[in-house]
Design a protein around this ligand. Structure first.
Ligand code: FAD
Length: 517
């Protein structure tokens, strides 16, 4: 306790000598130890880890970030620094006990930070590292442009998703978000600012993309844009046979090189193992107006499980609707879903991209958003996805899921191997995302303990069956496990860490390296 107090004192002293201030009313940037700020920085979406920092910085510019990291790195009694985007991690990845959390997306100093700047001619937007994707979209749409690759949910920060990968149904076509960045400004763990790209300071550029915040803090990102479509034809079809479902998904992602008219723009899917209505928080697509009984399709060896393919076709207001119909029909004809199960809707592009936010608002209204989320995201190699289906969807899960389970394939050649993100060693791999919420309903299968145990069973099952999964948004506790995760990328990861953050003070909430304080 005494040493924490001493450290807190040291932080405030150092920071005052490098030009940050705690005074109130605030000249910004603001270093804060307000109870509310500390409380916010100690929480994340997972609601399973609570670690209070010693202070919180609300930056207004890259210079503020530089000053803080310099103070942390340069002093004899150092401290840790964790950038926090929108705090939507699951296991405390943006938290730190022995130092300062930088609130990159905080609204407090928003008006003073870099505003998104669109270059129409060169097809990119420059944004602050803490910018939320929803705000990036709002800005680029003013120029009828849009980023190419998305996450399903837009209230995440640019720096947060670029530290992981950033994936959604466009990834088969455009690659993850980390493949759609031209340039970054990064403040390393020594407090030095570098502009980096594939051509310039490329080691830092590739290290940071998918680098779990280990090499530097992204203060600016230059993101690739394309002309924004106006509307989206959004289609769902059902399968009871897993192999038919995955063959169709794999066929659709094999079309990535085709002309835009000859492929879908988005390919995802989800698994339905719950009894009763096909209904989950991600969508009101089927219900309540359009209820579907799982049992009505429970034939042909599905083992009580249904699979839903979700696809979209983007189009412009100038495109005649019969042209869109023809393109969609031509693609649907090649698929093998249950014929009576085509569900279609047609909505503005922004509504489609922002679809999960609607579900968020509904859950918030019922107090079901700020609950523990023991999420598990796995990349499963194509060669073993059928074994995963048998062992997990039709095995370990039983008939209760407590949340949506996404499943969709991606092409490995759309992931730049030089980036830090790791994927299975096969040309095609699936994301399986078990996005569950733990609830206090008295039902054992909904408790945090039950769901966490089930996650462990799933990982053990994969291990014992030799299914070489890679965790997406990984969580490990020992360096041995991290070495296993990074595999042949570990040596380079370590080398980059020693070069860019030699005192290991950044993003310690990932629990990969111990800081040398
Ligand atoms: P935080 O949780 O704040 O930080 C995550 C990590 O990144 C931390 O280690 C932090 O230190 C580091 N970091 C944050 N900002 C920076 C920065 N500027 N520079 C360097 N490091 C930084 N992911 C997908 O890929 N696809 C999805 O469809 C998707 N949907 C989601 C839906 C919901 C409802 C939620 C809660 C999460 C979803 N995610 C998805 C996961 C999400 O992309 C990651 O959790 C991401 O890290 C969250 O961004 P954040 O801004 O909240 O990051």
């Amino acid at each position: 306790m005494a040493s924490k107090l001493l450290l807190t004192f040291v932080i405030y002293h150092l920071i005052s000598t490098v030009g940050l201030t705690m005074e109130s009313p605030r000249p910004r940037p603001r270093l804060s130890n307000d109870a509310e700020d500390l409380q916010t920085a100690s929480l994340d979406f997972g609601r399973m880890s609570r670690v209070k920092p010693l202070a919180v910085l609300h930056p207004t510019s890259a210079e503020d970030v530089i000053s803080l990291v310099k103070a942390a790195y340069g002093s004899a009694r150092g401290f840790t620094v964790s950038a926090r985007g929108h705090g939507h991690s699951i296991n405390g990845q943006a938290q730190t006990a022995d130092g300062v959390v930088i609130e990159m997306s905080g609204v407090g100093s928003k008006s003073r930070r870099l505003k998104p700047i669109v270059s129409e001619d060169d097809g990119y937007v420059d944004v602050w590292g803490g910018e939320l994707w929803i705000d990036v979209l709002r800005t680029t749409l003013q120029y009828q442009m849009s980023p190419k690759s998305w996450t399903d949910y837009l209230y995440l920060s640019v720096g947060g998703t670029l530290s992981n990968g950033g994936i959604s149904g466009q990834a088969f076509n455009h690659g993850p978000q980390i493949n759609n960045v031209f340039e970054l400004d990064v403040v390393t763990g020594k407090g030095e600012l570098f502009t980096c790209s594939k051509q310039k300071n490329s080691d830092l550029f590739h290290g940071v993309l998918g680098g779990l915040g280990q090499f530097g803090i992204i203060t600016r990102a230059r993101i690739a844009l394309e002309p924004a479509p106006h509307r989206v034809r959004w289609i769902r079809v059902l399968y009871s046979n897993f192999s038919t479902f995955t063959k169709d998904q794999e066929y659709l992602i094999s079309l990535h090189g085709e002309a835009p008219s000859d492929k879908f723009d988005y390919v995802e899917g989800f698994v339905i193992v719950d009894e009763g209505l096909v209904n989950n928080w991600r969508s009101s697509f089927f219900s309540p107006k359009n209820p579907i009984k799982l049992t009505s399709f429970n034939s042909s060896g599905g083992g009580g499980v249904l699979y839903c393919l979700e696809i979209t076709k983007n189009y412009d207001a100038s495109t005649a609707s019969n042209v869109v119909d023809q393109q969609v029909d031509a693609l649907l004809k090649k698929l093998h879903f249950i014929p009576s199960t085509v569900f279609t809707t047609d909505i503005p592009y922004t509504d489609f991209l922002d679809r999960v936010h609607k579900a968020e608002l509904k859950l918030r209204a019922k107090d079901l958003w700020d609950v523990p989320h023991p999420w598990l995201n796995l990349f499963v190699p194509k060669s073993r996805i059928a074994d995963f289906d048998k062992g997990v969807f039709k095995g370990i899960l039983g008939n209760k899921t407590s949340g949506p389970i996404l499943i969709y394939p991606m092409n490995k050649n759309k992931w730049d191997y030089n980036n830090s993100a790791v994927t299975p060693d096969e040309d095609i791999f699936y994301l399986v995302a078990l996005l569950r919420s733990a609830l206090d309903t008295g039902e054992e299968t909904q408790t945090l303990e039950y769901l966490s145990n089930q996650n462990r069973r799933i990982l053990r099952f994969c291990d014992e069956a030799g299914i070489k999964v890679k965790q997406y948004l990984p969580e490990y506790n020992t360096q041995e496990e991290w070495k296993g995760h990074f595999g042949d990328k570990w040596e380079l990861f370590l080398k980059r860490k020693m070069e860019f953050d030699p005192k290991r003070i950044l993003a310690t909430g990932q629990r990969i390296f111990r800081p040398s304080l």
